[in-house]
Ligand binder design. Structure first.
Ligand code: GUN
Ligand code: FE
Length: 427
């Protein structure tokens, strides 16, 4: 694949030479994996005669985007109005998730959802299903059919939500364990133990979720934390013995490598310190946080504690499946908090940052030799305005910045998963 190539080997906020840029680059893919990425002129002679060469000159190839927090069952309720998180959950989320008791409905939404991700250039995600085990089977089935690397899990919730969506501590743990045995590491699929958030799990359920996380240390764990001030106050009243909201999860052994915490807006420095020392990661959800009025993520405090950061849409709380749109709003959130996010860092967060937060670097998120060949073709000429603006950019940072601010699904000309085309934009 001949194009301009960009990928990262480290976080540009902390390291010089954290990225590779080949203006006239060549990405050589063999058997679904990256063979090598570099300058066209240096590599072209190594191509065996007869190798098909895809010419994407004038476009950029970057690793497929990684969305580290998204709810596939909420696809049909994206952009539902409500004054804040808790009323939004009651009015839209829970009734929508109820429908996933029906496997046919779940399969149909999972298909639409994954095709939408691919249209937006997202090739991997950490995904919440619903409380219904069949919603997980539907999701992984659709992911397997497209050969995508996806992480997903059955939501655990046994209180403070409608009865039709409740499991029990025992049934939740039993169903999760069966799903781990069925799906974890089957092809490219990975399982995440998924307690929705502290308010909807009893202490018994959190206990069993923590035990499961310990019994299956190579699985993932995902949940929400410190998203909204009403939610934080509610957790304080439900768990008066805990030092903080994050401390609730810590007490049940849920801070560990491969644990992904969405939002992390109302944390304190002790919480961040615990995340850092336990190898837990943050999923930043700017479109959701602005839409629901949850708050502004503090990049400076998170970076001071060196917590691994990643970027996410959080659809249906988020308002777009596009990680470019998500970068746009992350940039503004940082500005409102007095921080500055360079475009290079935004692209890092949406690719290698996500992979590292998931401890999947070397597998996805970059073009190191042997990585799975998930990549996207970005077209700076996708729209008249983007073309006009990018023609006038003077360096890589300006070019990427314009793409992050003005780009969306239209900017993604093609998406490849494991070396195979899975989306091509119609012109
Ligand atoms: N907290 C608990 N459940 C949810 C959810 O579905 N979306 C968001 N944004 N926050 C939550
Ligand atoms: Fe969420």
């Amino acid at each position: 694949y001949r194009a301009s190539l960009l990928h990262f080997n480290d976080d540009p906020a902390f390291h010089q030479n954290a990225y590779s840029w080949h203006e006239d680059g060549l990405l050589i893919v063999n058997d679904g994996h990256v063979h090598v990425a570099g300058d066209y002129a240096q590599l072209v002679d190594f191509l065996p005669p007869g190798t098909p060469l895809h010419d994407y000159r004038g476009k950029l190839i970057v690793p497929g985007f990684i969305d580290t927090h998204v709810h596939y069952p909420q696809t049909d309720m994206i952009a539902s109005p409500a004054p804040g998180l808790l009323p939004w959950l009651d009015k839209y989320t829970f009734p929508t998730e109820r429908k996933f008791a029906d496997p046919a409905h779940a399969a149909q939404v999972a298909s639409f959802f994954l095709d939408e991700l691919l249209r937006c250039g997202t090739t991997s995600a950490m995904v919440y299903c619903t409380v219904h085990p069949q919603s997980v089977d539907a999701f992984f089935g659709a992911s397997e059919a497209r050969n995508l690397r996806m992480v997903a899990g059955k939501v655990l919730m046994d209180r403070n939500c409608p009865e039709f969506l409740q499991d029990t501590p025992e049934s939740g743990a039993r169903d999760s364990e069966a799903l781990i045995q069925k799906w974890h590491k089957r092809g490219r699929q990975l399982y995440a133990i998924t307690p929705r958030f502290a308010p909807t799990s009893s202490e018994a359920q959190l206990e069993l979720a923590g035990a499961l996380a310990k019994a299956y240390p190579d699985t993932y764990l995902q949940t929400h934390v410190a998203e909204n001030t009403d939610e934080v106050a509610w957790v304080k009243s439900l768990f008066p013995q805990a030092r903080s909201y994050m401390d609730v999860y810590d007490r049940y052994g849920m801070l560990r490598p491969r644990s992904m915490y969405a939002h992390c807006i109302w944390l304190d420095d002790a919480d961040r310190q615990r995340m850092s020392e336990t190898g837990s990661a943050i999923s930043i959800c700017p479109t959701s946080n602005l839409f629901l009025g949850s708050g502004l993520f503090d990049f400076e405090r998170a970076d001071a504690a060196r917590v691994p950061l990643s970027l996410a849409t959080d659809v249906g709380g988020g308002t777009s499946f596009s990680m470019l749109q998500t970068m746009n709003e992350a940039y503004k959130v940082a500005r409102m908090g007095g921080s500055y996010l360079p475009a290079l860092r935004m692209f890092y967060l949406a690719t290698l940052g996500g992979a590292r937060a998931m401890q999947l670097d070397g597998t996805i998120g970059s073009f190191v030799p042997g990585a799975e060949a998930d990549f996207i073709v970005l077209d700076p000429q996708a729209t008249a305005l983007l073309a006009r603006r990018t023609e006038r950019t003077e360096n890589l940072e300006e070019l990427l910045f314009a793409i992050a601010m003005l780009g969306d699904d239209r900017t993604v000309a093609a998406t490849y998963a494991a070396g195979r085309p899975v989306h091509r934009r119609a012109n």
